[in-house]
Design a protein. Sequence first.
Length: 334
Amino acid sequence: LHSRQKNILLRALYLLPADGILAYSTCSMNPLENEAVVLSALRKWQSYADAEKSGGEVAAWQRVGESLVLLDARAALRKTCGLQTDAGLTHWCVPAPDRGGPYFSSWAEVPEEFRAGGSSRWLLRPDLFAESPDEKGNRILEQLKLTARFYPHRCNTGGFYVALFQKISSHAEVPRPLAPSSGSQVAQPPLPGPIARISYQRVRSDDLAYAEIVDFYGIDDKWAEDKIDSGLLFWRFERDEMVQLSLVSPGVAQLFDAIPSDRKPLAWVKLGTPLFEQLPKDFIMVAPCRWRVAQEGASLLATVLSRRLVLLPCKDFLQLLSAEHLQALLEEIA
C-alpha cells in the first residue's frame, strides 16, 4: 500500500491550489502507511524543489515555485475536536517481505535479497525508512511530530492518523486558457462515483458466508438467530463484491426499509457498526476463513464468540509489546 498511497498523495498535492490545505488521513496505525508516506512525499517534493533552484527540471506532478509545509495537526484537532492525540513517529521498523521474518530499523540492515531488484515477491525500498543522510533530511523528519495519531485507548475511537499539508507558492495563479471546442465531440456520461458502487443487503439465515463466520468464530447461536430474525445484520457490497458484515440498531433497520416520498432508494454510505471484514484477495492466501473481526465491532463480539478469542492479562500484554519484534513464546507469556 505504501507506493499506492504515496502516489495518491503526490497527485492530490499537485492538484492542491496555492495556500490550500490538504488532510492526509488513514484508519491505520502502521507507520509504513502513515509517517513513511508523508515523509516520502515531503522528501520527494523537496528534492525537486532543490533541483529547480539549481536550474534543473520541475517534476511533472509539481508546479514551479511551490513548496509544502506540514501544519500542526495535533493543535488543530485539539481545538476542533477536543480529543487527545499523540505525535507522529520519527522512528519505526520495517518488516521483512516474508511473513514472520526479521525487522529492520535502517536501509543498511536490509539484505540484498530483500532489496528492490531481488528475488522476493515483496521488495523493500529506501523510502520506507525514517533514516536521513543529511541535516536537511533530519529537519523534514522532525516535522512528523506535527502529525497526529489517534489511539483507541485514549480517544475511545478507532485508530486514525492525520497529517495536514499546506501549499505555499511564490507565483500568482494564472488560469490556463480553455481548449477550443471542436464542436464534434459528444459529451460522455460521467462514471458512477464511489457512493454509487456501494450497496447493502440484509443477511439471510441461508447465507453461506454468514454460516461460515458463525462456525469459524463460534458465535452464540441464540445471538446469531436473534439478530437475523430482527433484521439487524447487513452485508456491504463494493463493486458487487461482499466486503463487510455490519450490525445496525432497530431504528436504523426500520429506516432502511422506509420508502422515500420521491420513491428513490437512499444512498447509504455507511450503515451500522462493522463486525467482520473480508480479507483482500492477495492477503494471507492460506487463511482458513477469509473474514476477520473488524476493530469497530470487537467489543460487541467479545461476549458472543467462543473461538478465535485470546484473553491476555495486562502484564502479559505489556510483555508481548516489549518483546523483540513484538514476538514472544507462549511459554514465556504463560
